[in-house]
Write a protein that binds this ligand. Structure first.
Ligand code: NAP
Length: 549
């Protein structure tokens, strides 16, 4: 019988799972309950939650609507859980994840406060040997990563950073104790998804807030509020399966109808009417509900971008501040699309100042604050909302080695190479949940996570039923997939901004578009087709033996 998860483990298991967020928890349940396998989860945090365990900054919430941001493996859970907000807020998501861990008795196979230091594929035994920073040495046939796509926070190398004498925090590694901004002079660097959520909330509490902005953003009001109970009870819950089915076949993992209209064919009045309606309703519908060519035709994109700029000018009272906030150097949607609550309105507060660091770059962090080319700003606190070494950072912090002792770091030296974002050639029986090369961060994450969990479960089941000991991406299939991922991204707006999707936020990181932009529905079809063809593009153990001999 599998032992309880405790440090110093030396077990031989069927599977090792890294991470106890949505990805790791759902995977554990599937392997343990549906396939009857022994599995152990290693989790760096002291509790479940993954992304939602670490990102506790003020204002943190998800941009997917709550009724569709959920795990669906249990029909009862789907019916029982009641979200309170239109969008799920971080504390409630964390409660939800804790509820799942308790309800399905998942904690007994999770070892917390434990980081995987290394994972090595032992060719003689066809097993993975995993070592942790707590002295565990565990082997398993399968290694499954649920490490999240945005989980290694990035604090830029700014001169003097260590000298600051006040408090400083990164949004992605926020303390568990409440951070009190009352009476404090706060500086915040970064205006991505995290920054634009945190800024209005901090501004409302702090004595003063200074925002250091490098790239102005397009952001649309979320119109967040309490959940529509009637919609949830009468339309969603009785029809959950159909709603989920639609989400799974969609482009972004949400059950929505994209507009069929083209902005380039509409009159100026029709465009204004559509954009005003989207702005009033709020959320990402502004994009998908107005015109279908915003993401594909720069002329259409320009019309939506100009509308947002007009809203910024209209909202922000000080013309000089408004001008600094206007995004002009990248198309709408080329960086992660943002939705906010009172973001632009916050710049009308007397206690908020905007510093454009493109024009007055940060020179250094001093014991007392931040010095830019033009000014010296004194702070009690600095908040880094400066993002993540996304998609690959967490993988490369671990020493993962496949066949011939090849490290993942070497394998990915020119950027991540995967087959379907699920496997890497030379790393047999290692499966990645939402790895680079899959739609992941371009979608509603829970839909993508569960697609991978189901796929990995079915693949392992197939292997067990067909006496296949190892499955490994074929190098040619992997190269073809990498080419396909690049080709699909090529004509999109995503290629027209310096974003973390391209690794552009991390100095020295290869500039490769990492997620798959073909949409979750198309991707799912491809994955299923591959499975139906006997897992085409994967080398199954018998075939490896043939190749080797
Ligand atoms: P991010 O999108 O990478 O934004 C980082 C911000 O920091 C940007 O404004 C960036 O400026 C700035 N920055 C980075 N390095 C800097 C430097 N050296 N000097 C000055 N400024 C610097 O990170 P994030 O806001 O944490 O979001 C990451 C992702 O997490 C999101 O795209 C999203 O996928 C996810 N997320 C989602 C939600 C949600 O669902 N609502 C909330 C939070 C996060 P530049 O733009 O010029 O690079």
């Amino acid at each position: 019988m599998q032992k309880k998860a405790e440090p110093g483990n030396t077990q031989d298991l069927d599977a090792i799972i890294i991470g106890a967020g949505f990805a790791g928890l759902g995977m554990l349940w599937r392997l343990r309950e549906e396939l009857g396998m022994s599995a152990q989860v290693f989790e760096a945090g002291d509790d479940v939650g993954g992304t939602w365990y670490w990102n506790r900054y003020p204002g943190a919430r998800c941009d997917s609507e709550s009724y569709i941001y959920c795990l669906t493996f249990s029909k009862e859970l789907l019916q029982d859980w009641n979200w309170s907000g239109k969008y799920p807020e971080q504390p409630e998501i964390l409660s939800y994840i804790n509820h799942i861990a308790d309800r399905f008795d998942l904690r007994r196979n999770i070892q917390f406060n434990t980081r995987v230091a290394s994972a090595r594929f032992i060719e003689e035994t066809n097993r993975w040997e995993v070592e942790t920073d707590q002295g565990d040495r565990v082997t398993a046939q399968y290694l499954i990563t649920g490490v999240g796509c945005i989980s290694t926070s990035n604090i830029p190398e700014i001169k003097g950073r260590e000298t600051f004498e006040g408090e400083s925090y990164h949004t992605g590694a926020w303390p568990h104790e409440e951070v009190d901004f009352t009476g404090k002079r706060v500086g915040i660097i970064g205006t991505g998804s995290s920054g634009i959520q945190a800024i209005p909330v901090i501004a409302a509490q702090a004595d003063s807030l200074t925002v250091f902005q490098r790239t102005p953003q397009y952001t649309i009001p979320a119109r967040h509020g309490t959940v529509n109970r009637k919609f949830l009870e009468e339309e969603v819950k009785p029809n959950y399966e159909a709603i989920l089915d639609k989400a799974r076949r969609s482009k972004g993992g949400a059950p929505v109808e994209f507009s069929e209209r083209l902005a380039v064919e509409a009159t100026a009045e029709e465009r204004k009417e559509a954009y005003e309606a989207g702005w009033a309703e709020g959320g990402h519908k502004f994009l998908w509900g107005s015109f279908k060519d915003i993401g594909t035709d720069r002329r259409a994109n320009d019309t939506a971008a100009e509308f947002i700029r007009s809203k910024i000018r209209e909202t922000v009272k000080d013309p000089e501040t408004a001008e600094k906030l206007l995004p002009t150097d990248h198309p709408l949607g080329s960086k992660r699309a943002l939705i906010d609550t009172d973001y632009f309105e916050t710049y009308n507060r007397d206690n908020v100042e905007l510093v454009d660091i493109r024009h007055s770059p940060i020179q250094e962090i001093t014991p007392e604050g931040i010095r830019t080319e033009d000014d010296e700003h004194k702070f009690d606190m600095i908040v880094f909302a400066t993002g993540f070494d996304a998609m690959t950072g967490t993988f490369l912090k671990m020493d993962i080695r496949g066949r011939d002792n090849l490290s993942l770091k070497e394998k990915w030296a020119e950027g991540p190479k995967t087959y379907l974002g699920l496997q890497v050639s030379g790393f047999p029986n290692m499966f990645m949940i939402t790895g680079p090369g899959s739609p992941s961060v371009l979608s509603n994450m829970t839909i993508s996570i569960e697609q991978h969990q189901d796929y990995i479960r079915d693949f392992i089941d197939y292997m067990r039923n067909n006496d296949v000991e190892t499955a490994e991406a074929d190098l040619d299939a992997e190269s073809a997939w990498v080419d396909h991922v690049n080709k699909v991204a090529e004509p999109t707006m995503y290629m027209l901004a310096d974003s973390w999707y391209l690794g552009a936020n991390i100095p020295g990181k290869p500039r490769i578009f990492m997620p798959y932009a073909g949409g979750v529905g198309t991707y799912r079809e491809k994955c299923n087709e591959i499975a139906d063809n006997g897992y085409e593009g994967f080398i199954l153990s018998g075939e490896v033996a043939e190749k080797v001999t």
